[in-house]
Design a protein around this ligand. Structure first.
Ligand code: SF4
Length: 295
């Protein structure tokens, strides 16, 4: 029996017969594979990012903006060969990169796929993760991944425990991001300004949690050279998906004061990157996972 230890949850179950925290078997399940225009400009560019959204998640945040996919596992099962085909199709359609979204729980299964597809790609592969990763898993993926796109979600163990059931998240994510920088080095861009290598850290500012955001930024500044990564500070939190969460602060949007407070601190620390208009904080900016027309 193969015991899954792919991520820090360490469930130790056989995913062919049981389900762990991520809720997924060892067979790929994806919710969407399409060109995506709503990533950062250096990722989406003019033609879009070749995004593959995997179903399930090893974090399962209570406010998840894609909860149908991450919590309920919405999607279709596909084989490794079909996944390879989808990546090549996205490249043929003009994708600037192949963007693997929430891939952590499929990391082991992805290795043979990426080994097969990488020599056929002339665009970078991006690993777009919640940041709850084991360094050895990242090392295993190092030969195939060009751009690392981790979230750094929480700075305090209490918040990480309350919102994602993972009190160790701040330490785990900090180690993972340091490992990604060790693998990729300083950010690199092509002549069109598209990111070809490096680390792009995302942080979603949560309502009522601006001090935690400051803790995240302070910690990040200690583990990587701020000028050598890119930071994406997101304000798109929408409460539409947290109506059942027992935390009153999550039932509203982020205020301009909160976002500006965090942004000012990021600038003071010398981070370079992307800030977001608050107009993006509506559910309509959440990708549509209905139907199979984008598969
Ligand atoms: S990948 Fe899934 S089953 Fe495996 S350890 Fe992580 S949460 Fe558990």
């Amino acid at each position: 029996m193969r015991k899954c230890m792919a991520c820090p949850r360490g469930c130790g179950i056989d995913r062919d017969t049981h389900r762990g925290y991520c809720g997924q078997s060892s067979t790929f399940r994806i919710a969407r594979a399409d060109l995506h225009m709503w990533e950062e400009p250096c990722i989406s560019g003019a033609r879009g990012s070749g995004t593959v959204f995997f179903s399930g998640c090893n974090l399962g945040c209570v406010f998840c903006q894609n909860f149908r996919v991450s919590h309920r596992g919405q999607g279709i099962e596909i084989s490794a060969d079909e996944l390879t085909e989808k990546m090549l199709e996205l490249q043929a359609r003009g994708a600037h990169n192949i963007n693997l979204v929430t891939p952590t729980h499929y990391a082991e299964q992805l290795v043979p796929v990426l080994k097969e597809v990488k020599p056929q790609l002339h665009i970078p592969i991006a690993y777009n993760t919640g940041g709850y990763e084991k360094p050895e898993t990242l090392q295993m993926l190092a030969p195939y991944v060009d751009v690392w796109m981790p979230d750094f979600k929480f700075g305090s163990a209490q918040l990480a425990k309350d919102y994602a059931g993972a009190a160790d998240y701040p330490d785990v994510a900090a180690r993972a991001i340091a490992k990604m920088y060790e693998i990729a080095g300083a950010v690199q861009f092509d002549a069109q300004g598209m990111m070809t290598r490096g680390v792009l850290v995302r942080h979603l500012v949560l309502p009522g949690c601006r001090k935690d955001s400051i803790a995240v930024l302070d910690r990040l500044a200690k583990i990587v050279p701020v000028q050598e990564i890119r930071l994406s500070l997101m304000s798109q939190y929408t409460p539409d998906f947290a109506t059942d969460a027992p935390f009153a602060n999550l039932h509203r949007r982020v205020t301009s004061f909160e976002y500006d407070f965090v942004m000012a601190h990021a600038e003071k620390l010398g981070f370079v990157g992307y800030m977001q208009q608050r107009e993006s904080a509506t559910a309509k900016y959440t990708p549509d996972f209905d139907g199979e027309e984008n598969m």
